[in-house]
Structures are given as structure tokens and as C-alpha cells.
Design a protein around this ligand. Structure first.
Ligand SMILES: C[S@@+](CC[C@H](N)C(=O)[O-])C[C@H]1O[C@@H](n2cnc3c(N)ncnc32)[C@H](O)[C@@H]1O
Length: 255
């Protein structure tokens, strides 16, 4: 069976690999909104089997990111685990995971952006997941101090576009989507490296992580770092391709 979002992906992109960067083209209505993404005009986006509220100031969730929920749900102990979705944006990943958890499972979804926190909270309520998904505002590991060393899994699609590439993105992305959600610093990997390093103390022994990257090069770089610099902490590092065959995700376990 095709993974969730696959048919939607084919409708939008066909079978060929998508350019990287920029991220996948967004539907844009040039006349109505100077290339404002259609999703901002209508106020929602279909993602997996969800209809999520979106608005300017929060990233429109992308189809490739849907796979992060599947990767998490395949982990032993997933349903009763304590999960974190860091940089939650609309809350897409957290809501996707929250809907598949058992009675003992929960997700903490964090974001530094006030708009993202508001939108994520709305989406969590929309799906009646207030008892499963808790939204917290703050930078990366700051709002997770009380669960340090106890997380079953840590999932994130952080900003990963190199700063110098932002101005070259399609107008509807570069001009309308929040820079805070896109800009990954000079080489695009500042947040990714920070997340990898912090995972060592945030995850419990045997805990799982999955990060989205800009694609092949970043995934290779981070995988090497995890194996060399932090090899004492992590094991079973894998590079996982997206629908287009690009090595989009990095997964592994805390030893
Ligand atoms: C690429 S977007 C991903 C949004 C959502 N998870 C998704 O996949 O659609 C990255 C998110 O990270 C958030 N972010 C950026 N810097 C952050 C930080 N220092 N701490 C926490 N979140 C941050 C942004 O506000 C944005 O919502």
C-alpha cells in the first residue's frame, strides 16, 4: 500500500525527484495575493488524513514530512511512549502522532514562535487531542527540561535552508513563509547539529530520534557526525529516503 500522502504527492509532483532546495512548490495564487501560497488564502492544508489550519507566520506542512509520523509509529513501545515534536509549526507531526497513541502515550510539541504555538494549539483542539498533546513555547530543549532523559522519541523537522539560499527560494516560499521556519544558519545545519547533540541527554536509553534534513548532503554530514563525534551515545543510524528517493531523514537510537 502506498504511504499516506503518496498519491497527493504524485498529483503535485509526478514521479520525478523534487528540487532540493527549494522545498516543493506550493500552490500559489499570483493574482489574488502576489504569489501568496493558496494555503494561506484558504487557511488550511491537507496533510496525511488531517485538515490543518495554517496562517501566515507558520510553515505550511509539506507532504514529505508525513513520513516522520510513520517512522515514529514503527518504533517498539510507540503507543505508550512520551514523544517530543520540536519546532512543531502547525502541530502537524504532533497531531499525527497523537492520533495513533494508546491511552498511556503523549506528545510534547514545542516551538519558539508565538504564532506557531497558537496555530498548533488550535489544531490540537480541532482533533480533540488536548489530553494527548501538550504545546509548550520555547527554544529547542529549554521547554523539555522536566522530561530530560525520559523521552521515548524525539522528532523534528527543523529549519535547514542555508541562510544565503533563502532569497533564491520561490517567491511564495521565501517571501511568505516565516524565515524562522526556514533559516538553518550559514550551512543550513545549525539547528540540526544542536538537536543531535541535545538528543543525547533528552532521550532515555533506547530512545528513538528522527530528523528531517534538506536532503542527501545534509543527511550524510549529520549521519557521519552522529557516528564519529557522538558515536558513544547513538547507534543504528539510518538515512531514510522520501517519496522522491532523496535521503531526507536521519533516524537512530540512544544507546
Ligand atoms: C521547518 S518548520 C517545521 C514545522 C512543522 N514541524 C512541520 O513539519 O510542518 C521549523 C519550525 O521550527 C521552529 N523553530 C525555529 N527555531 C526554533 C527554536 N530555536 N526553537 C524551537 N522551534 C524553533 C519554527 O518556528 C518552525 O515552526
Amino acid at each position: 500500500m502506498a504511504p499516506p500522502g503518496y498519491h497527493l504527492h504524485l498529483l503535485r509532483h509526478g514521479h520525478g525527484p523534487s528540487p532540493c532546495p527549494p522545498r516543493r512548490p506550493l500552490l500559489a495564487v499570483a493574482a489574488a495575493g502576489r504569489e501568496r501560497p493558496f494555503q494561506y488564502l484558504v487557511g488550511n492544508e491537507h496533510w496525511r488524513d488531517l485538515v490543518l489550519v495554517v496562517r501566515e507566520g507558520v510553515l505550511i506542512p509539506r507532504p514529505e514530512t508525513e513520513l516522520l509520523v510513520d517512522l515514529a509509529s514503527e518504533v517498539d513501545g510507540f503507543r505508550e511512549g512520551l514523544w517530543a515534536d520540536m519546532g512543531t509549526g502547525t502541530g502537524a507531526i504532533a497531531v499525527g502522532i497523537g492520533r495513533e497513541l494508546g491511552t498511556g502515550g503523549s506528545v510534547i510539541a514545542t516551538d519558539v514562535s508565538e504564532t506557531a504555538v497558537e496555530v498548533a494549539r488550535f489544531n490540537v483542539e480541532r482533533y480533540g487531542l488536548e489530553d494527548k498533546v501538550e504545546i509548550r513555547r520555547g527554544s529547542w530543549f529549554d521547554p523539555l527540561q522536566d522530561v530530560k532523559g525520559r523521552l521515548t522519541g524525539l522528532i523534528s523537522n527543523p529549519p535547514y535552508i542555508p541562510s544565503s539560499h533563502i532569497s533564491g527560494l520561490q517567491a511564495e516560499v521565501g517571501r511568505h513563509e516565516p524565515r524562522l521556519a526556514l533559516d538553518g544558519g550559514e550551512n543550513g545545519m545549525e539547528h540540526l547539529v544542536h538537536l543531535c547533540e541535545g538528543s543525547a541527554s533528552a532521550l532515555k536509553a533506547g530512545g528513538f530520534f528522527a530528523f528531517e534534513t534538506n536532503g542527501d548532503e545534509q543527511t550524510e554530514f549529520i549521519a557521519d557526525l552522529m557516528k564519529t563525534k557522538w558515536g558513544d551515545f547513538f547507534c543504528d543510524i539510518k538515512r531514510v529516503p522520501d517519496f522522491a528517493g532523496i535521503k531526507r531523514f536521519l533516524t537512530g537510537y540512544r544507546r
